[in-house]
Design a protein around this ligand. Structure first.
Ligand code: F6R
Length: 594
């Protein structure tokens, strides 16, 4: 269990715990605030924990501060039922009040503890029946693991809106919220769906629906290699994943380019759907949303259809205009982000066709969308996304070319030119990565700036959004991204001597316009780090304090190259600040709470 928890450390957490059934002592629970290593030391301090069955958990605090009491597993008052929970029990206050009125005393401030206490309340000799009663009573999102001392040969699991995967190992059955925890023990897995309950013994798994009717589940084989989830000599997963981008992009593109054409076998829409499509609604969060921002410029140019980009957390509550002629393009690395999932369901309910771009095979968004295009980035462990972003962007180009051909919207010669440039992209990414020492040097001269602004126009603006997010999430520096022309409408008042402005000006037709904005900030004392293409380096160098270049490519492909120096810059700045790069504070890899 400790090994499994270590493999999930990348997801972000603040406390950890274990419950093991020991034949002599019953349920033994060890919990601690802090890292899995601290938990392991406590286990060692007690001379180890012997047992055949148990539950482990790492908690990312929502209700109640990170503390030993608030960490999982939570145990019912009589000490006989242990529970781990991911998600949020929305009606926990009402249930807590009810249980307290019956005399139950709570040990933590969490929403999760109500599940353990409610199980004890309903338990009448059958843990499965108690679980079904609890599931009918609780509202919210959950992935639950339950261990009852009265039936110490089995675990019970249940899910709604929070991922759970079951593993079929040699003489053992396992459950986890992410396949990464299981891969060392088995590649045979099955994903629980919403509303399902599972019962696991060492050699058997039964899956039921909410009324305990048996459900047949399909097993899947995980085909990625365990080394993909190891650092392979790099100091951090983030750097490893940045360096893996040429391969990840190549793996995403090559199977879909056949005989000089883009072939998206996975996608088939009813006849005329694309021609009659009224709009594309891109739905995503965070960096995936930033891919959506770039997609707006790219797809509108190639398809001549309106593309609206929505933050998933806003989309679901804004009464969105969606029709059966709308294509909802859902972008998610994990395929489990709760806001994106909920927004996708809303779009589906309103009649949209849902096409998702997902990295994790078998994830909930992949399973629930009408069509899915997998990015073949491999497992992404660092919390800050890099290779998933790049492969999502690569997928946008494939969609643009494929749909553009069907719609006949690409200007003559454009298809072949763009496709040829796309095929050169992995080599050009290698070229950009080979300049990382220069970026490391620039990070060493810039890392002390307290405030950083990223500016750019058009696609450069979309990349600036991502560059700014990368920097703030891993280095904790204050940074913001602005459309370069927007700066003068207010934000320029923040520019003063010592402010660092990262100016992205790779978009040739808008170069002079962006340079005017660079002059504006420079004349107010800002230090400017300018990113442009090699032929424009000298022009940039006349104004910028420092310059960085990327090779020339098709203008629509520039974001794929531009983002790499932004990722490396953030990485090296964070390194110089001594930050916990792979596990930045307060962040989780897959955000399965609202
Ligand atoms: C930033 C980052 C996040 C994710 C966001 C959406 O580096 O990784 O902003 O992009 O949480 O996650 P997915 O793509 O898994 O839906």
């Amino acid at each position: 269990m400790l090994d499994g928890l270590r493999r999930l450390e990348y997801r972000g957490y603040d406390s950890a715990g274990l419950a093991v059934f020991q034949p002599e002592q019953g349920l033994e629970v060890i919990k601690t605030k802090g890292r899995v290593d601290a938990l392991a030391r406590q286990v060692e301090g007690r001379g180890g924990l012997a047992g055949d069955i148990g539950l482990g958990h790492t908690r990312w605090a929502t209700h109640g501060a990170p503390s030993q009491q608030n960490s999982h597993p939570h145990v019912s008052e009589n000490g006989r039922i242990a529970v781990v929970h991911n998600g949020i029990i929305e009606n926990y206050a009402e249930i807590r009040g009810f249980l307290q009125s019956t005399g139950v005393r709570f040990a933590s401030e969490t929403d999760s503890e109500v599940v353990a206490q409610l199980l004890e309340y309903y338990y009448n000799g059958s843990i499965l029946e108690a679980v079904t009663k609890v599931l009918h009573r609780i509202q919210g999102a959950y992935a639950l693991g339950i261990l009852c001392a009265d039936c110490p040969d089995r675990l019970i699991a249940a899910r709604k809106d929070s991922p759970l995967v079951l593993g079929f190992g040699q003489g053992c059955r396992l459950l986890a919220s992410d396949v990464t925890a299981l891969i060392r023990y088995t590649r045979d897995v099955c994903y629980l769906d919403d509303g399902e309950i599972a019962e696991l013994t060492a050699d058997h798994v039964w899956v039921y629906d909410a009324y305990l009717r048996p459900v047949e589940k399909e097993r899947r084989r995980v085909d990625w290699d365990i080394s993909a989830a190891e650092k392979g000599g790099y100091e951090h997963f983030m750097l490893k994943e940045i360096m893996e981008q040429p391969k990840a992009v190549r793996d995403t593109l090559s199977p879909r380019i056949q005989d000089g054409r883009v072939v998206l076998d996975e996608v088939s829409f009813p006849k005329n759907f694309l021609a009659e499509m009224d709009r594309i609604a891109v739905i995503a969060c965070g960096s995936s949303y930033h891919v959506g921002m770039a997609a707006k410029y790219i797809l509108e140019k190639l398809l001549r259809k309106p593309v609206e980009v929505a933050l998933a957390s806003e989309f679901r509550y804004c009464d969105p205009i969606v029709t059966p002629r709308t294509l909802a393009l859902v972008i998610s690395q994990s395929g489990e982000t709760i806001d994106t999932l909920a927004a996708m369901r809303e779009a589906k309910r309103l009649g949209a066709k849902v096409l998702s771009i997902v990295n994790v095979v078998g994830s909930t968004i992949a399973r629930e969308s009408h069509q899915v295009l997998y990015t073949w980035a491999g497992p992404e462990i660092a919390v800050a996304t890099t290779k998933a972003y790049s492969t999502q962007l690569a997928m946008i180009y494939l969609i643009g070319l494929c749909f553009g051909e069907v719609l006949g919207t690409l200007p003559p010669g454009e298809y072949a030119g763009l496709l040829a440039a796309l095929q050169r992209l992995p080599d050009q990414l290698e070229e950009v990565l080979s300049c990382r020492e220069r970026i490391q040097y620039l990070a060493s001269v810039c890392f002390n700036h307290p405030s950083v602004f990223f500016i750019g126009r058009h696609l450069d603006y979309a990349v600036g959004l991502e560059g700014s997010l990368k920097l703030k999430e891993i280095s904790y520096l204050h940074s913001e991204a602005y459309a370069a022309g927007e700066l003068k409408h207010g934000t320029i008042s923040l520019i003063e001597p010592g402010t660092l402005v990262v100016a992205l000006a790779t978009c040739r037709p808008l170069f002079e316009k962006t340079m005017s904005n660079v002059v504006e900030v420079k004349s107010r004392g800002a230090d400017v780090l300018g990113l442009t293409t090699a032929p424009l380096e000298a022009a940039m160098g006349q104004t910028a304090t420092y310059t960085l270049t990327v090779p020339e490519t098709h203008p629509l492909l520039l974001p794929s190259l531009d983002v790499v120096p932004m990722q490396l810059f953030a990485y090296y700045v964070a390194l110089m600040h001594g930050c916990d790069i792979d596990k930045p504070r307060n962040l989780a890899k897959s955000v399965t709470v609202e």
